[in-house]
Design a protein around this ligand. Structure first.
Ligand SMILES: *Cc1c(COP(=O)(O)O)cnc(C)c1O
Length: 453
Protein backbone atom coordinates (compact mmCIF):
# COMPACT_ATOMS: atom_id res chain seq x y z
CA UNK A 1 0.00 0.00 0.00
CA UNK A 2 1.22 3.50 -0.85
CA UNK A 3 0.10 6.60 1.00
CA UNK A 4 -0.01 10.14 -0.34
CA UNK A 5 -0.21 13.45 1.50
CA UNK A 6 -3.51 15.35 1.68
CA UNK A 7 -1.54 18.49 0.80
CA UNK A 8 -0.11 16.90 -2.36
CA UNK A 9 3.42 18.30 -2.00
CA UNK A 10 5.21 15.26 -0.61
CA UNK A 11 6.28 11.99 -2.22
CA UNK A 12 4.19 8.90 -1.59
CA UNK A 13 5.32 6.60 1.22
CA UNK A 14 4.88 2.97 2.19
CA UNK A 15 3.27 2.00 5.50
CA UNK A 16 6.56 1.94 7.45
CA UNK A 17 7.62 5.43 6.39
CA UNK A 18 4.12 6.89 6.80
CA UNK A 19 3.66 5.40 10.28
CA UNK A 20 7.12 6.31 11.62
CA UNK A 21 6.88 9.88 10.29
CA UNK A 22 3.32 10.51 11.55
CA UNK A 23 2.83 13.70 9.57
CA UNK A 24 3.83 14.02 5.87
CA UNK A 25 6.82 16.33 5.24
CA UNK A 26 4.51 18.96 3.65
CA UNK A 27 2.41 19.11 6.82
CA UNK A 28 -0.40 17.00 5.34
CA UNK A 29 -1.87 13.71 6.53
CA UNK A 30 -1.07 10.40 4.90
CA UNK A 31 -4.04 8.80 3.10
CA UNK A 32 -4.11 5.55 1.10
CA UNK A 33 -3.93 5.68 -2.71
CA UNK A 34 -6.87 3.28 -2.81
CA UNK A 35 -9.04 1.61 -0.21
CA UNK A 36 -8.61 -2.18 -0.39
CA UNK A 37 -11.91 -4.11 -0.55
CA UNK A 38 -12.37 -7.22 1.61
CA UNK A 39 -12.23 -10.49 -0.32
CA UNK A 40 -15.81 -11.75 -0.85
CA UNK A 41 -15.25 -14.72 1.48
CA UNK A 42 -14.21 -12.40 4.32
CA UNK A 43 -17.03 -9.97 3.68
CA UNK A 44 -19.65 -12.68 3.90
CA UNK A 45 -18.18 -14.11 7.14
CA UNK A 46 -17.80 -10.89 9.16
CA UNK A 47 -20.81 -11.89 11.26
CA UNK A 48 -19.22 -15.06 12.58
CA UNK A 49 -15.45 -14.45 12.54
CA UNK A 50 -13.40 -14.01 15.70
CA UNK A 51 -12.46 -10.39 16.43
CA UNK A 52 -8.74 -11.03 15.98
CA UNK A 53 -9.29 -12.65 12.60
CA UNK A 54 -11.32 -9.64 11.45
CA UNK A 55 -8.54 -7.34 12.69
CA UNK A 56 -5.96 -9.37 10.78
CA UNK A 57 -7.97 -9.32 7.52
CA UNK A 58 -8.71 -5.60 7.92
CA UNK A 59 -5.14 -4.47 8.59
CA UNK A 60 -3.33 -6.85 6.19
CA UNK A 61 -3.58 -4.91 2.89
CA UNK A 62 -2.77 -1.58 4.58
CA UNK A 63 0.61 -2.71 5.93
CA UNK A 64 1.70 -4.92 3.04
CA UNK A 65 4.54 -5.55 2.24
CA UNK A 66 6.21 -3.84 5.22
CA UNK A 67 4.71 -6.18 7.81
CA UNK A 68 4.65 -9.85 6.75
CA UNK A 69 1.44 -11.78 7.38
CA UNK A 70 2.91 -14.12 10.00
CA UNK A 71 4.22 -11.13 11.98
CA UNK A 72 0.91 -9.29 11.67
CA UNK A 73 -0.99 -12.31 12.93
CA UNK A 74 1.13 -12.42 16.07
CA UNK A 75 0.79 -8.67 16.61
CA UNK A 76 -2.97 -8.78 16.37
CA UNK A 77 -3.28 -11.75 18.71
CA UNK A 78 -1.11 -10.12 21.38
CA UNK A 79 -2.69 -6.67 20.96
CA UNK A 80 -6.30 -7.79 21.34
CA UNK A 81 -6.94 -10.20 24.21
CA UNK A 82 -10.15 -8.14 24.52
CA UNK A 83 -12.72 -7.39 21.82
CA UNK A 84 -15.56 -4.97 21.05
CA UNK A 85 -18.91 -6.51 22.03
CA UNK A 86 -22.14 -5.22 20.49
CA UNK A 87 -24.57 -5.39 23.43
CA UNK A 88 -28.24 -4.59 23.80
CA UNK A 89 -29.24 -1.63 25.97
CA UNK A 90 -32.78 -0.25 26.19
CA UNK A 91 -34.17 0.04 22.65
CA UNK A 92 -30.85 -0.19 20.75
CA UNK A 93 -27.29 -1.57 20.69
CA UNK A 94 -24.07 -0.24 22.23
CA UNK A 95 -20.69 -1.06 20.69
CA UNK A 96 -18.53 -1.23 23.82
CA UNK A 97 -15.02 -0.07 22.96
CA UNK A 98 -13.76 0.18 26.53
CA UNK A 99 -12.70 -3.38 27.35
CA UNK A 100 -8.99 -2.61 26.87
CA UNK A 101 -6.51 -1.83 29.67
CA UNK A 102 -7.16 1.93 29.86
CA UNK A 103 -10.94 1.63 29.32
CA UNK A 104 -11.25 3.89 26.26
CA UNK A 105 -11.32 3.07 22.53
CA UNK A 106 -7.83 4.53 22.11
CA UNK A 107 -6.41 1.20 23.31
CA UNK A 108 -7.32 -0.33 19.91
CA UNK A 109 -5.07 2.09 18.04
CA UNK A 110 -2.29 2.52 20.59
CA UNK A 111 -1.69 -1.20 21.16
CA UNK A 112 -1.32 -1.89 17.44
CA UNK A 113 0.82 1.19 16.94
CA UNK A 114 3.25 0.11 19.68
CA UNK A 115 3.67 -3.36 18.19
CA UNK A 116 4.10 -2.11 14.65
CA UNK A 117 6.67 0.51 15.72
CA UNK A 118 8.61 -2.10 17.64
CA UNK A 119 8.72 -4.34 14.55
CA UNK A 120 9.49 -1.58 12.05
CA UNK A 121 12.37 -0.35 14.23
CA UNK A 122 13.97 -3.79 14.70
CA UNK A 123 17.74 -3.77 14.31
CA UNK A 124 18.06 0.01 14.85
CA UNK A 125 20.49 0.94 17.59
CA UNK A 126 19.44 4.57 18.04
CA UNK A 127 16.55 4.49 20.52
CA UNK A 128 13.25 6.04 19.46
CA UNK A 129 11.48 8.58 21.66
CA UNK A 130 7.73 9.05 21.24
CA UNK A 131 6.38 12.42 22.35
CA UNK A 132 2.69 12.71 23.01
CA UNK A 133 0.53 15.56 24.25
CA UNK A 134 -2.70 14.56 25.92
CA UNK A 135 -5.81 16.08 27.41
CA UNK A 136 -6.43 12.76 29.19
CA UNK A 137 -7.23 9.52 27.36
CA UNK A 138 -4.59 9.35 24.63
CA UNK A 139 -1.68 9.63 27.08
CA UNK A 140 -2.85 6.66 29.14
CA UNK A 141 -3.47 4.45 26.11
CA UNK A 142 -0.11 5.30 24.51
CA UNK A 143 1.76 4.85 27.82
CA UNK A 144 0.13 1.47 28.37
CA UNK A 145 0.62 0.38 24.74
CA UNK A 146 4.36 1.17 24.68
CA UNK A 147 5.13 0.17 28.29
CA UNK A 148 8.02 -2.32 28.28
CA UNK A 149 8.58 -2.14 24.49
CA UNK A 150 12.32 -2.43 23.90
CA UNK A 151 14.18 0.34 22.07
CA UNK A 152 11.31 2.82 22.42
CA UNK A 153 10.60 5.27 25.21
CA UNK A 154 7.61 7.55 25.67
CA UNK A 155 7.27 11.04 27.13
CA UNK A 156 3.71 12.14 27.84
CA UNK A 157 2.97 15.84 28.32
CA UNK A 158 -0.28 16.68 30.08
CA UNK A 159 -1.72 19.91 31.51
CA UNK A 160 -0.98 19.98 35.23
CA UNK A 161 -4.09 19.72 37.39
CA UNK A 162 -6.40 19.34 34.39
CA UNK A 163 -6.58 15.56 34.06
CA UNK A 164 -8.52 13.35 36.49
CA UNK A 165 -6.64 11.51 39.29
CA UNK A 166 -7.32 8.22 37.47
CA UNK A 167 -5.99 9.56 34.16
CA UNK A 168 -2.87 10.87 35.92
CA UNK A 169 -2.20 7.41 37.36
CA UNK A 170 -2.67 5.82 33.92
CA UNK A 171 -0.21 8.29 32.40
CA UNK A 172 2.37 8.58 35.18
CA UNK A 173 1.96 5.41 37.23
CA UNK A 174 3.82 2.94 35.02
CA UNK A 175 7.40 4.22 35.14
CA UNK A 176 10.03 2.22 33.23
CA UNK A 177 10.28 3.48 29.64
CA UNK A 178 7.34 5.86 30.14
CA UNK A 179 7.95 9.29 31.65
CA UNK A 180 5.36 11.92 32.42
CA UNK A 181 5.65 15.70 32.42
CA UNK A 182 3.01 17.85 34.10
CA UNK A 183 3.09 21.06 32.08
CA UNK A 184 2.16 24.29 33.88
CA UNK A 185 -0.24 25.31 31.14
CA UNK A 186 -3.05 24.06 28.90
CA UNK A 187 -3.40 21.13 26.51
CA UNK A 188 -2.70 23.55 23.66
CA UNK A 189 0.64 24.42 25.33
CA UNK A 190 1.49 20.72 25.52
CA UNK A 191 0.70 20.23 21.85
CA UNK A 192 2.69 23.31 20.83
CA UNK A 193 5.74 22.11 22.80
CA UNK A 194 5.59 18.65 21.21
CA UNK A 195 5.39 20.14 17.71
CA UNK A 196 8.29 22.47 18.42
CA UNK A 197 10.42 19.65 19.84
CA UNK A 198 9.73 17.47 16.77
CA UNK A 199 11.05 20.30 14.59
CA UNK A 200 14.15 21.04 16.72
CA UNK A 201 17.29 20.38 14.66
CA UNK A 202 19.66 20.02 17.64
CA UNK A 203 17.40 17.49 19.33
CA UNK A 204 17.09 15.49 16.11
CA UNK A 205 20.86 14.94 16.11
CA UNK A 206 20.67 13.47 19.59
CA UNK A 207 17.39 11.50 19.48
CA UNK A 208 15.16 9.73 17.00
CA UNK A 209 11.73 11.29 17.57
CA UNK A 210 8.17 10.50 16.63
CA UNK A 211 4.71 11.33 17.89
CA UNK A 212 1.60 9.31 18.60
CA UNK A 213 -1.48 11.42 18.07
CA UNK A 214 -4.48 10.35 16.03
CA UNK A 215 -3.14 11.71 12.76
CA UNK A 216 -0.85 8.64 12.63
CA UNK A 217 -2.14 6.04 10.15
CA UNK A 218 -0.96 3.19 12.37
CA UNK A 219 -3.44 4.27 15.06
CA UNK A 220 -6.30 4.71 12.62
CA UNK A 221 -6.24 1.52 10.55
CA UNK A 222 -6.77 -1.01 13.38
CA UNK A 223 -9.88 0.91 14.46
CA UNK A 224 -11.61 -0.02 11.19
CA UNK A 225 -11.79 -3.62 12.45
CA UNK A 226 -14.40 -3.00 15.15
CA UNK A 227 -16.71 -1.30 12.67
CA UNK A 228 -16.54 -4.31 10.37
CA UNK A 229 -17.06 -6.74 13.24
CA UNK A 230 -20.09 -4.83 14.55
CA UNK A 231 -21.64 -4.28 11.12
CA UNK A 232 -21.16 -7.95 10.23
CA UNK A 233 -22.77 -9.18 13.43
CA UNK A 234 -25.68 -6.77 13.11
CA UNK A 235 -26.40 -7.89 9.54
CA UNK A 236 -26.40 -11.50 10.78
CA UNK A 237 -28.97 -10.45 13.40
CA UNK A 238 -26.58 -11.17 16.29
CA UNK A 239 -25.48 -9.29 19.40
CA UNK A 240 -23.02 -10.26 22.15
CA UNK A 241 -23.42 -10.79 25.85
CA UNK A 242 -21.81 -7.86 27.64
CA UNK A 243 -19.87 -9.86 30.22
CA UNK A 244 -18.64 -8.68 33.59
CA UNK A 245 -17.15 -5.39 32.44
CA UNK A 246 -20.43 -4.23 30.92
CA UNK A 247 -21.54 -1.26 33.03
CA UNK A 248 -25.08 -2.21 33.92
CA UNK A 249 -27.01 -2.79 37.09
CA UNK A 250 -29.58 -5.09 35.48
CA UNK A 251 -29.72 -7.17 32.32
CA UNK A 252 -32.01 -6.18 29.52
CA UNK A 253 -35.58 -7.13 30.26
CA UNK A 254 -36.72 -9.65 27.65
CA UNK A 255 -39.79 -8.64 25.80
CA UNK A 256 -38.78 -4.97 25.93
CA UNK A 257 -39.70 -3.50 22.55
CA UNK A 258 -37.38 -1.53 20.38
CA UNK A 259 -37.55 -0.56 16.73
CA UNK A 260 -33.77 -0.13 16.58
CA UNK A 261 -32.77 -3.70 17.45
CA UNK A 262 -30.59 -5.67 15.06
CA UNK A 263 -32.47 -7.76 12.54
CA UNK A 264 -31.05 -10.35 10.20
CA UNK A 265 -30.51 -8.87 6.76
CA UNK A 266 -30.68 -5.22 7.87
CA UNK A 267 -27.58 -3.04 7.84
CA UNK A 268 -26.86 -1.03 11.01
CA UNK A 269 -26.53 2.75 11.44
CA UNK A 270 -23.51 3.52 13.66
CA UNK A 271 -23.31 6.62 15.83
CA UNK A 272 -19.79 7.94 16.50
CA UNK A 273 -19.08 10.42 19.33
CA UNK A 274 -16.43 12.60 17.69
CA UNK A 275 -13.77 15.20 18.42
CA UNK A 276 -10.74 14.94 16.14
CA UNK A 277 -12.67 12.56 13.85
CA UNK A 278 -10.03 9.82 13.78
CA UNK A 279 -12.60 7.28 14.91
CA UNK A 280 -15.16 8.20 12.25
CA UNK A 281 -12.47 8.23 9.56
CA UNK A 282 -11.67 4.63 10.49
CA UNK A 283 -15.38 3.86 10.14
CA UNK A 284 -15.40 5.28 6.63
CA UNK A 285 -12.41 3.10 5.76
CA UNK A 286 -14.27 0.01 7.03
CA UNK A 287 -17.37 0.96 5.03
CA UNK A 288 -15.33 1.52 1.85
CA UNK A 289 -13.67 -1.87 2.39
CA UNK A 290 -17.14 -3.40 2.31
CA UNK A 291 -18.40 -3.47 5.92
CA UNK A 292 -22.22 -3.48 5.76
CA UNK A 293 -22.84 -0.14 7.48
CA UNK A 294 -26.06 1.60 6.45
CA UNK A 295 -25.02 5.06 7.57
CA UNK A 296 -22.93 6.94 10.12
CA UNK A 297 -23.93 9.63 12.57
CA UNK A 298 -21.27 12.19 13.51
CA UNK A 299 -22.22 13.10 17.09
CA UNK A 300 -20.50 16.09 18.67
CA UNK A 301 -20.90 18.24 21.77
CA UNK A 302 -21.32 21.98 21.20
CA UNK A 303 -18.06 21.99 19.23
CA UNK A 304 -20.15 21.48 16.11
CA UNK A 305 -17.80 22.29 13.23
CA UNK A 306 -18.56 19.07 11.32
CA UNK A 307 -22.36 18.85 11.84
CA UNK A 308 -22.55 22.47 10.64
CA UNK A 309 -20.43 21.63 7.60
CA UNK A 310 -22.65 18.66 6.72
CA UNK A 311 -25.66 20.94 6.85
CA UNK A 312 -24.25 23.96 5.00
CA UNK A 313 -21.25 22.80 2.96
CA UNK A 314 -19.29 25.58 4.61
CA UNK A 315 -16.27 24.39 6.65
CA UNK A 316 -15.48 26.84 9.41
CA UNK A 317 -13.08 25.99 12.24
CA UNK A 318 -13.47 27.82 15.54
CA UNK A 319 -11.90 27.91 19.01
CA UNK A 320 -12.86 24.91 21.12
CA UNK A 321 -15.32 25.27 24.00
CA UNK A 322 -15.06 23.30 27.25
CA UNK A 323 -17.72 20.63 27.91
CA UNK A 324 -18.23 17.57 30.15
CA UNK A 325 -17.29 15.33 27.18
CA UNK A 326 -13.85 16.93 27.14
CA UNK A 327 -12.08 14.40 24.89
CA UNK A 328 -14.30 15.84 22.14
CA UNK A 329 -13.60 19.54 22.79
CA UNK A 330 -12.15 20.20 19.35
CA UNK A 331 -13.01 23.14 17.12
CA UNK A 332 -10.57 22.28 14.32
CA UNK A 333 -10.74 18.47 13.93
CA UNK A 334 -7.37 17.26 12.60
CA UNK A 335 -8.74 14.25 10.70
CA UNK A 336 -11.31 16.22 8.72
CA UNK A 337 -8.61 16.79 6.10
CA UNK A 338 -8.49 13.02 5.66
CA UNK A 339 -12.27 12.64 5.31
CA UNK A 340 -12.35 15.42 2.73
CA UNK A 341 -9.61 13.68 0.75
CA UNK A 342 -11.92 10.70 0.21
CA UNK A 343 -15.41 12.21 0.06
CA UNK A 344 -16.94 15.31 -1.51
CA UNK A 345 -19.51 17.28 0.50
CA UNK A 346 -22.44 15.54 -1.26
CA UNK A 347 -20.91 12.09 -0.74
CA UNK A 348 -20.24 12.93 2.89
CA UNK A 349 -23.82 14.12 3.40
CA UNK A 350 -25.18 10.86 2.00
CA UNK A 351 -22.95 8.72 4.22
CA UNK A 352 -22.96 10.79 7.42
CA UNK A 353 -25.65 12.64 9.35
CA UNK A 354 -24.53 15.19 11.94
CA UNK A 355 -26.01 16.16 15.29
CA UNK A 356 -24.67 18.31 18.14
CA UNK A 357 -25.61 17.90 21.81
CA UNK A 358 -25.43 20.26 24.81
CA UNK A 359 -24.04 19.37 28.26
CA UNK A 360 -27.55 19.53 29.66
CA UNK A 361 -28.81 16.99 27.10
CA UNK A 362 -25.75 14.84 27.80
CA UNK A 363 -26.48 14.77 31.54
CA UNK A 364 -30.20 14.14 31.03
CA UNK A 365 -29.43 11.20 28.73
CA UNK A 366 -27.01 9.60 31.23
CA UNK A 367 -29.73 9.90 33.87
CA UNK A 368 -32.64 8.62 31.77
CA UNK A 369 -30.83 5.68 30.14
CA UNK A 370 -29.72 4.50 33.56
CA UNK A 371 -33.20 4.91 34.97
CA UNK A 372 -34.90 3.13 32.06
CA UNK A 373 -32.40 0.40 31.28
CA UNK A 374 -29.96 0.16 34.18
CA UNK A 375 -27.12 0.92 31.76
CA UNK A 376 -24.36 3.46 32.50
CA UNK A 377 -23.12 5.77 29.74
CA UNK A 378 -19.99 7.89 30.03
CA UNK A 379 -20.41 11.54 28.91
CA UNK A 380 -18.93 10.91 25.43
CA UNK A 381 -21.12 7.88 24.71
CA UNK A 382 -24.09 9.83 26.04
CA UNK A 383 -23.48 12.48 23.37
CA UNK A 384 -23.82 9.66 20.83
CA UNK A 385 -27.02 8.36 22.39
CA UNK A 386 -28.57 11.86 22.58
CA UNK A 387 -27.58 12.65 18.98
CA UNK A 388 -29.36 9.46 17.84
CA UNK A 389 -32.47 10.50 19.82
CA UNK A 390 -32.55 13.81 17.95
CA UNK A 391 -32.33 12.19 14.53
CA UNK A 392 -34.88 9.48 15.45
CA UNK A 393 -37.33 12.16 16.60
CA UNK A 394 -36.96 13.98 13.31
CA UNK A 395 -37.48 10.73 11.37
CA UNK A 396 -34.04 11.00 9.77
CA UNK A 397 -32.81 7.55 10.82
CA UNK A 398 -34.56 4.23 11.28
CA UNK A 399 -33.74 0.54 11.53
CA UNK A 400 -30.96 -1.12 13.54
CA UNK A 401 -28.92 1.38 15.53
CA UNK A 402 -25.59 1.06 17.32
CA UNK A 403 -24.00 3.69 19.56
CA UNK A 404 -20.22 3.54 19.84
CA UNK A 405 -19.28 3.73 23.51
CA UNK A 406 -15.85 5.32 23.53
CA UNK A 407 -15.02 5.09 27.25
CA UNK A 408 -16.07 3.20 30.36
CA UNK A 409 -18.30 5.37 32.61
CA UNK A 410 -16.07 4.69 35.64
CA UNK A 411 -13.39 6.78 33.92
CA UNK A 412 -15.65 9.80 34.31
CA UNK A 413 -17.24 8.85 37.63
CA UNK A 414 -17.16 12.46 38.91
CA UNK A 415 -19.65 13.41 36.18
CA UNK A 416 -21.68 10.19 35.96
CA UNK A 417 -22.20 9.19 39.60
CA UNK A 418 -24.15 12.29 40.69
CA UNK A 419 -26.67 11.34 37.96
CA UNK A 420 -26.84 7.57 38.49
CA UNK A 421 -25.32 6.55 41.81
CA UNK A 422 -22.18 4.36 42.08
CA UNK A 423 -20.71 3.05 38.81
CA UNK A 424 -19.15 -0.44 38.86
CA UNK A 425 -15.36 -0.18 38.39
CA UNK A 426 -13.67 -2.64 35.97
CA UNK A 427 -10.57 -4.46 37.35
CA UNK A 428 -8.10 -2.65 35.05
CA UNK A 429 -9.15 0.75 36.41
CA UNK A 430 -9.13 -0.46 40.01
CA UNK A 431 -5.54 -1.60 39.46
CA UNK A 432 -4.52 1.73 37.92
CA UNK A 433 -5.94 3.61 40.92
CA UNK A 434 -3.48 1.77 43.20
CA UNK A 435 -0.44 3.12 41.33
CA UNK A 436 1.33 6.23 42.53
CA UNK A 437 2.02 8.79 39.82
CA UNK A 438 5.71 9.65 39.22
CA UNK A 439 5.66 12.97 37.48
CA UNK A 440 7.75 16.09 37.03
CA UNK A 441 6.33 19.60 36.66
CA UNK A 442 7.80 21.86 34.00
CA UNK A 443 6.93 25.35 32.81
CA UNK A 444 5.16 25.57 29.44
CA UNK A 445 8.36 26.31 27.52
CA UNK A 446 10.21 24.39 24.85
CA UNK A 447 13.55 24.80 26.67
CA UNK A 448 12.14 23.05 29.73
CA UNK A 449 10.97 20.14 27.59
CA UNK A 450 14.34 19.90 25.81
CA UNK A 451 16.17 19.85 29.15
CA UNK A 452 14.11 16.94 30.32
CA UNK A 453 14.69 14.71 27.27
C1 LIG B 1 -10.57 10.60 21.90
C2 LIG B 1 -11.96 10.38 22.39
C3 LIG B 1 -13.08 10.72 21.59
C4 LIG B 1 -12.95 11.43 20.26
O1 LIG B 1 -12.45 10.59 19.26
P1 LIG B 1 -11.92 11.21 17.87
O2 LIG B 1 -11.30 10.08 17.16
O3 LIG B 1 -10.92 12.27 18.26
O4 LIG B 1 -13.09 11.80 17.17
C5 LIG B 1 -14.34 10.41 22.07
N1 LIG B 1 -14.51 9.84 23.29
C6 LIG B 1 -13.47 9.51 24.08
C7 LIG B 1 -13.73 8.88 25.40
C8 LIG B 1 -12.16 9.76 23.66
O5 LIG B 1 -11.12 9.45 24.46
Amino acid sequence: MRYFSTRGKAETAGFAAAALAGLAPDGGLFVPEEIPPYPAAVRSSLGTMDYRDIAFETIKPWVSPDIPEAVLEEMVYSAYPFSAPLVEAADRQVLELFHGPTAAFKDFGARFMARSFSYLRRGEDKPLRILVATSGDTGGAVADGFFGVEGISVTVLYPKGRVSPLQERQIAGLGGNVSALAVEGSFDDCQRMVKAALGDAELKKRLELSSANSINVSRLIPQAAYYSAAAGRALAGRTDPGGEASPRTRPRHHGEQGGCRVQKGQAITLVVPSGNFGNLTAGIYAWKMGAPVRRFVAATNINRTVPDYLESGDYRVRPSQATISNAMDVGAPSNFERMAAHLSWTEMKDAILGAAVSDEETRETIRSVHRRAGYFLDPHSSVGWAAADKLLNRGLISGPLGILSTAHPAKFAETVEPLTGPVPVPPSLAKAMERSPQTRSIPAELSALLDSL
